[in-house]
Design a protein around this ligand. Structure first.
Ligand code: AMP
Ligand code: MG
Length: 406
């Protein structure tokens, strides 16, 4: 691909996804360590959940045919959760039953305690039950043999709860993706140190590192790299040995101190350099002899937005995750939005419910240097490349900030 090729955002993501695939080995991890890990195999339910018909209420189990309001039933015993009722049930009798206890074989309904009156051994019903009332049937939640979760699923708290309900103590997941990260630029200084004139603090690396932590990857922090060919080469060598992916910010442009391109050409193949996206210029993607490289823009907003919108889906794929579409919500903007045709725009915006309606408004300062716009905003207004100014009252696509930013 030559240097001048401009790709749309969709083309850029599709091009990258077409090239990468998971090559990560898997490991078995116990339930307590599974949050945000990616399943390496399908999970088939080894049993029914619940495993037996059980009571949803504290009350009395009975045969529906015996139920009547005129005569009392005889209470013949009690069954607690964790026990079973194995005796036969005489006519016109009921068994006291607690929530979660198995339903006695001959019973077909449960009446809740609040709809009964007890006098000694006698149980008066104060309402007529229906058949199957308050019985949670076997397999109601999960059926044995069902494919419950599929390979590539990133596990959240609820997946972990469901696995536990099946008695599964550990599952195979891909090992964590290893991502090396550096910032480049002679002007950069470490937060916590003094700031010489004409220098700035390195903010990108810390924002990006925290975003990567949300993705549950292992981060290899390569620190600050000066605008120097040999320093860059050394960073690439380390990344190739110790990581699956290398991400850098700044230095991928055409400025006099932008050497990353040169070094990438020595270590691998340049993918593409220009994505028609704002903020987001310049963005680089390449294949290394071992691993992958993403070169993010230096401007802080651009670095974060390209990480969020372009790199995140590819990292997820490399981590073994099945792709899922990013959804945009249609919302009305109550002000004009300035836009020139050319590049797709991800304007930082804030949406809110006002008078019962969702309204979105772009933030006043859209400069790619204004990092606080990512605190003030909660979403992007996504405008297509060819889009011109947008009139107030128009419906626009709103993409909420992903979990990496919030
Ligand atoms: P560059 O891509 O090297 O031309 O950088 C573009 C802009 O981003 C310049 O104003 C840089 O000073 C700024 N910049 C580059 N790297 C960082 C960083 N790690 N943190 C904050 N700003 C940066
Ligand atoms: Mg620079």
């Amino acid at each position: 691909m030559n240097d001048q090729t401009w790709l749309s955002v969709a083309e850029a993501i599709a091009t990258m996804l077409a090239q990468v695939s998971t090559a990560l080995p898997s490991e078995r991890v116990a339930l307590t360590g599974l949050l945000d890990r990616v399943l390496a195999e399908d999970i088939i339910a080894p049993l029914d959940v619940p495993a037996y018909d059980n009571s949803a209420m504290d009350g009395y189990a009975l045969r529906h045919a015996d139920a009547q309001l005129e005569q009392p039933l005889t209470i013949v015993g009690t069954v607690l959760a964790g026990q079973a009722w194995s005796e036969s049930l005489p006519a016109n009798s009921a068994v006291r039953i607690m929530t979660g206890a198995p339903i006695p074989a001959e019973c077909d309904c449960v009446i809740m305690q609040e709809q009964t009156r007890v006098e000694g051994e006698q149980l008066w019903l104060t309402a007529m039950p229906k058949r199957h009332d308050h019985i949670r049937p076997q397999g109601d939640d999960i059926a044995q043999g069902q494919v419950l979760l599929t390979r590539g699923q990133r596990l959240n708290a609820m997946h972990i709860g469901v696995l536990a309900s099946l008695g599964i103590g550990d599952v195979p997941v891909y090992r964590r993706l290893r991502v090396a990260l550096f910032s480049s630029g002679d002007e950069l200084r470490l937060p916590g140190q003094s700031l010489p004139e004409h220098c700035i603090y390195d903010s990108n690396r810390f924002a990006l590192m925290a975003m990567l932590q949300r993705l549950a990857v292992d981060v290899l922090d390569l620190g600050l790299i000066a605008d120097d060919l040999d320093a860059l080469r050394a960073a690439f060598v380390r990344a190739q040995h110790e990581a699956d992916v290398l991400i850098s910010s700044a230095g991928v442009s055409v400025g006099d101190a932008d050497h990353t391109k040169t070094v990438l050409a020595e270590f691998g193949e340049i993918g593409f350099w220009k994505v028609a996206m704002k903020p987001g210029k310049p963005f680089a993607f390449g294949r290394l002899a071992q691993g992958w490289f993403f070169g993010l823009p230096g401007n802080p907003v651009s670095a974060v937005v390209t990480m969020d919108q372009l790199v995140q889906p590819v990292l997820r794929a490399l981590a073994g995750e099945q792709p899922s579409a990013v959804s945009a919500w249609p919302m009305t903007t109550d002000c004009t939005i300035k836009k020139r045709p050319g590049r797709a725009d991800f304007q930082r915006a804030r949406y809110a419910v006002e008078q019962g309606e969702l309204v979105v408004r772009p933030l006043a300062n859209q400069s790619s240097g204004v990092l606080t716009s990512l605190i003030e905003g909660n979403a992007y207004i996504r405008l297509a490349a060819e889009q011109d100014n947008v009139a107030a009252g128009s419906v626009v696509d709103v993409v909420p900030f992903s979990s990496l930013l919030t």
